[in-house]
Design a protein around this ligand. Structure first.
Ligand code: ASP
Length: 332
């Protein structure tokens, strides 16, 4: 029988009502999970001492999750990370980069309604997640949610009201669950790269900037000029276009010259940054921004943190940013 380790970090799924709103209730989720039918796998649950609403996630939490999985990689056949939905796509992206070479299923899940509420989606999400974690040929980090399995580094939270909380707009689902699961194995990736024994540092200063018409462009430029960031995600328009704004471009140039990796991605839900498609894409390229293709904002932040931690020089880091590592970006 497969041995599965469940790391329970927090999130709505195990929350209960408090006078201030929903908050994690220690011990509740493991007690409730004992109600799931036995027989599919041997399930060990580790509840983190500080359960969080995932809006509080930090790189330190990611290092802990990575360390817990790497440290137990030989004892378990698959891993489930129970997580809040707010930042689930960031965590799934980060785990995808940091766990390259693990070659075992890592399934991130949670729910929109707590398990203790009638009609909670948590029960289905948990049993689908267990099913996915028991697939010996699944070698990726995935999100299982509302009857679909998505590539973790392609997923986005798209709904804070309905059950269909996640989608991967630039990547078809890796599985769909029904009476019988449809495993789209032809879309699965095999593990590549060597698994590092230690979680990456992830201590780089990385921030994201969302371009808007008007004063925003100049303010982003000023921030990039003033802040000694290691990495910056710039969310530009359409195929990577931006206004020919002097302060914005001076900020990107100054940051790039200082060694900040500026990654240009699109605000659009689908499609990619395509330098040269429009003349309006050229100023950012000339200023030194790295085109990020169809990376999601979540994967862009995770990729920058991971690349900044690589023990290589700046030229190699820029090159690493443009490569596809875990299926996070379409390569032409
Ligand atoms: N605020 C919650 C969290 O992300 C939302 C959820 O889990 O659905 O932890």
């Amino acid at each position: 029988m497969p041995r599965i380790l469940m790391l329970y970090t927090g999130g709505t799924i195990g929350m209960a009502d408090t006078p201030e709103g929903l908050a994690p209730a220690p011990g509740l989720l493991p007690r409730l999970i004992a109600r799931l039918p036995e027989g599919r796998c041997e399930l060990d649950i580790v509840e983190y001492p500080q359960l969080i609403d995932s809006s509080a996630i930090t790189p330190a939490h990611w290092r802990q999750i990575v360390g817990d999985i790497v440290g137990r990689r030989d004892q378990f056949d698959g891993f489930i990370v129970v997580h809040g939905t707010d930042t689930m796509a960031y965590t799934a992206s980060m785990l995808a980069f940091a766990l390259q070479g693990l070659a075992k299923p890592v399934v991130v899940t949670g729910s929109q309604l707590p398990l203790i509420r009638p009609g909670s989606d948590g029960w289905t999400n948990l049993s689908d997640a267990i099913e996915a974690a028991c697939q010996p040929d699944l070698q990726e980090v995935v999100i299982v949610f509302d009857r679909v399995m998505l590539r973790g580094c392609r997923a986005r939270k798209v709904d804070a009201a309905g059950f269909h909380g996640f989608d991967s707009p630039n990547c078809p689902p890796l599985a769909e669950f029904g009476i019988v699961p449809a495993w789209h194995r032809a879309r699965w990736r095999s593990a590549s790269g060597a698994l590092s024994d230690q979680a990456p540092q992830l201590d780089a200063n990385v921030a994201a900037f969302f371009l808007t018409p008007g004063a925003g462009a100049g303010l982003i430029g000023a921030a990039l000029s003033a802040q000694p960031l290691d990495g910056a995600v710039l969310m530009s328009y359409g195929n990577g276009n931006a206004p020919d704004d002097e302060a914005l471009l001076a900020g990107v140039s100054a940051a790039a010259a200082r060694g900040t990796l500026v990654l240009n991605i699109t605000q659009a839900l689908r499609g990619a940054v395509a330098p040269g498609a429009y003349a309006a894409s050229q100023p950012l390229v000339r200023a030194g921004a790295v085109p990020g293709g169809d990376l999601t904002p979540e994967a862009a932040v995770a990729k920058l943190l991971w690349v900044c931690a690589l023990p290589v020089d700046m030229v190699q880091k820029r090159d690493a940013l443009t490569r596809d590592w875990v299926g996070e970006v379409a390569v032409n």
